[in-house]
Design a protein around this ligand. Structure first.
Ligand code: RIB
Length: 290
């Protein structure tokens, strides 16, 4: 089967800082790097590196062709990425010595997708394929609705969190990814615990504490432990986890196994600087010693 990922493509501009800047503070970076990022692109690369066939649906600007070339090099099907007149999205990422980050997003072309582009792309999907989305593009609710009608398994990663955006796709969502903070925000917005949202599978990532799966069909909860690593950069680790979970489910692994594999991939990812360009492949993830 295939994973159809309606997702952002960003140019990540990464600044290493001695500490996060205070309001009004001017701070010199100790290093600067530029690479491929965007929650969407990161998840596409992760799923492709985990062995899935991934078709990315997205948009770039006139200067963004290199991002598409790089996605292609990483094994992603890029035929449904549109070239627009709007500049390619970018992210300004500050990373502190503990590996924590702060991100400023310029959405750009990521919010210039059209109805017809989504329809055209998804008309090539097959029932049983996965449709994945995050909250860095437009057209999420439209795509989710079409995906559901076509019999796709709709997965949504509610980041960056926006209560309205996630509530717009919830009726069509089969699999929901949240971190702990997003789960609390969603519970606050809906007045319901995440296991009562009517979504079959909800995965809540808990950072160093691992991840939790709520299975609404069996009304069960399962915890998957995290692996112990020293982080240097947490950027893209959650995206890597999501891409790996979906790739593993796509090839028929049970959820607990998919999440355990994804936890290894996420752990490896936080030991690396960067986003899409450094996502580990399946062999590295399987052979890693923690
Ligand atoms: O999740 C990490 C990503 O968030 C970065 O690659 C950046 O582009 C932002 O989208």
């Amino acid at each position: 089967m295939a994973i159809w990922n309606l997702g952002s493509i960003n140019v990540d501009m990464v600044y290493a800082l001695p500490h996060m800047p205070e309001p009004g503070e001017t701070l010199a970076a100790t290093s600067f790097d530029q690479g491929l990022g965007g929650k969407g692109a990161n998840m596409s690369v992760a799923a492709a590196r985990a062995g899935a066939h991934v078709c990315h649906i997205g948009a770039i600007g006139p200067e963004g062709k290199w991002t598409v070339d790089r996605l292609t090099e990483y094994g992603v099907d890029t035929r449904h990425i549109a070239q627009t007149d709007t500049p390619t999205g970018h992210a300004i990422i500050a990373v502190d010595p503990a590996g924590e980050n702060q991100i400023i997003l310029f959405p750009g072309a990521n919010r210039a997708l059209t109805d017809s582009q989504i329809g055209q792309a998804l008309s090539a999907a097959n029932s049983g394929d996965i449709l994945l989305m995050q909250n860095e593009t437009n057209m999420q609710a439209e795509a989710a609705k079409i995906g559901k009608q076509l019999g796709l398994r709709v997965a949504y990663a509610a980041a960056p969190f926006d209560a309205n955006a996630v509530q717009a796709v919830l009726p069509f969502t089969d699999l929901l990814f949240l971190n702990e903070v997003e789960a609390a925000q969603l519970a606050g917005a809906t007045g319901q615990a995440v296991q009562d949202l009517g979504v079959d599978d909800v995965i809540v990532t808990l950072g160093a504490k691992g991840a939790r799966h709520f299975d609404a069909r069996t009304n069960t909860v399962k915890d998957i432990p995290a692996l112990s690593v020293t982080p240097v950069d947490t950027t893209g680790a959650g995206d890597t986890f999501t891409g790996y979970v979906l790739a593993a489910l796509d090839r028929g692994l049970p959820m607990a196994q998919a999440m355990a594999l994804a936890a290894r991939a996420g752990a490896l990812m936080v030991t690396r600087h960067g986003a899409a360009d450094v996502i580990p492949d399946l062999k590295e993830v399987q052979e890693a010693r923690f």
